[in-house]
Design a protein. Structure first.
Length: 286
């Protein structure tokens, strides 16, 4: 029987930015009892060149996994990208990806329906609009096309909730001709923050999933996790695997954000043996 939902992860590890080394990947796979089919990596414009990314891409390929790169233009508003201020970096990156030759997934400008990134529509003073973000996405893709890069799948990502004025779930969508996959990021923060409360998987993702339903592209969860604070994490995970095929039939993959963040929440999978057992049991049903 063919697997219906792929399992992936930001595998985590020691340090504030634990990129997916072979050791980190193996540790997570041992924890979950199986291979991570999608592996997440975070790369910053100007700072992380393709030369820096390529060893991680090769490690993922050797593991039999697809590398999903969250490509973050920190320091750039959408209009700065449109005006070409990041073009030298983007073009150099594109040339490296082309030379590499193997498939990678790129998701630039993710979570633009929030107020925390420089390209976010909700970010005060940034001056970003839905139309700007959509055009910035198209601008990046066009550069890759100019360089005849054929081995990239483009991922457009919305956050599971709109945060900030004028934010929408689908307003930044750049169009079917520029997107291969659509994805959603969403977390159950429990009671870790003054503004948060415990939410089921369905509560976290229902509105955004329904909003994206009209886009005829494969859909997946690019980031998700759950805190232990304010509820039962193991039950949350069990419920997630229960409702996925019933309430979210278009979801083709789920990627767990496996990192403890002291300044946010402990998103790691192994915050309890019960949570790990629930995850293992859940992926065993796919």
């Amino acid at each position: 029987m063919q697997k219906t939902i792929q399992i992936g992860a930001w595998v985590g590890g020691n340090g504030q930015y634990p990129q997916p080394t072979a050791g980190n990947i193996q540790a997570f796979q041992a924890l979950q009892g199986g291979r991570a089919e999608l592996l997440s990596l975070f790369a910053l414009f100007d700072i992380n060149t393709w030369d820096w990314v390529e060893p991680f891409a090769e490690t993922a390929r050797e593991n039999g996994s697809t590398l999903v790169i969250t490509w973050m233009p920190n320091g750039y508003s959408a209009r700065k990208i449109i005006y070409g201020e990041a073009d030298p970096y983007i073009r150099h990156f594109a040339k490296g990806v082309k030379k590499y030759g193997y498939e990678i997934w790129l998701r630039p400008l993710h979570e633009a329906n929030g107020d925390w990134y420089d390209w976010g529509v909700g970010k005060l003073g940034a001056g970003n609009t839905d139309a700007d973000v959509a055009e910035a996405f198209r601008h990046i893709v066009r550069i890759f096309r100019e360089e005849s890069v054929k081995n990239v799948k483009w991922v457009w990502t919305t956050n599971s909730s709109n945060v900030g004025e004028n934010t929408t779930f689908t307003g930044t969508y750049p169009g079917d001709d520029f997107v291969d996959y659509i994805s959603i990021d969403g977390y159950n923060w429990g009671d870790k923050k003054c503004w948060s409360r415990w939410k089921s998987f369905s509560e976290v993702f229902r509105k955004s999933y329904n909003a994206l339903a009209g886009i005829e592209k494969p859909m997946f969860i690019a980031e998700t996790s759950c805190t232990e604070s304010g509820g039962n994490k193991a039950e949350w995970i069990t419920d997630m695997f229960r409702v996925l095929p019933v309430e979210f039939p278009r979801i083709t993959a789920v990627m767990w954000f496996n990192q403890s963040k002291s300044f946010e929440a402990d998103w790691a999978l192994d915050t309890s043996s019960a949570a790990v057992d629930a995850w293992r049991a859940g992926i065993g049903t796919l």
